[in-house]
Design a protein around this ligand. Sequence first.
Ligand SMILES: C[S@@+](CC[C@H](N)C(=O)[O-])C[C@H]1O[C@@H](n2cnc3c(N)ncnc32)[C@H](O)[C@@H]1O
Length: 244
Amino acid sequence: MPDKIFADQRLADVYDYFDSSERPDLDPYLKLAEDFNVQTVIDLGCGTGNLACKLAARGKEVIGVDPAAASLHAAKRKTYADMVKWVNGTIAELPDDVKTDLITVTGNAAQVFLTDEEWLSTLRKCRSHLVRGGRLVFEVRNPEKEAWKSWQRESSSDVIDVPEKGKIETWSELLDVQYPLVSFRNTFVFHSDGTVITSESTLRFRSKTEVIDSLSEAHLIVEDVRDAPDRPGLEFVFIARNPD
Ligand SMILES: C[S@@+](CC[C@H](N)C(=O)[O-])C[C@H]1O[C@@H](n2cnc3c(N)ncnc32)[C@H](O)[C@@H]1O
């Protein structure tokens, strides 16, 4: 069950306004798709479809997969959305015969897989959908940087004026750190009618070594672990290849 921030239609409709509208984090993924000369991409945990639509605009055949129907609904309004195949579900919902050159998991979506079982079965499923030599590329926050320490109301508070929806105030609050699990709450106050919606999330922080070990357990070859250029020193970006 996806968090309310992705699954509540009112929140999904304003999600992009609270993320950086330029999304510089997606540029390296677009470049990788070009460098690897891929034709087909599955964007797993595609959310509101930013990367999927950008890839479709570059002529790639894209499948966007996400269990949050509200986020997909927002995605479908974007330019090039009609060129993307949208699947409401997890990777488990994809038919076995779907094969792709590249699977992307952006926006730290890889941290939503809380248990080892869920994470490993997702990695194995990803491998089963990759052509021989196909790649899985995803990012996670470097746990040593303890990003959660700034998930406090004082440092995260923001007000955005969203076209046709008016001012929306938001902030994050750390609820619990049971390392490697970190829980927090996002609050949204819609000034137009006073509605307050809260969304609680838990993320799993895995070390670089843990992720590398899990990839090899899923029989994926780690080609590279990079930095995210827009968040230097804060992230690990993994590039793994299906050898079979
Ligand atoms: C932080 S958002 C990132 C969205 C998008 N990748 C981006 O960069 O904007 C995390 C996404 O993971 C999705 N998600 C949650 N559980 C999932 C699962 N089991 N499989 C795939 N995606 C999932 C959520 O619905 C949400 O859209």
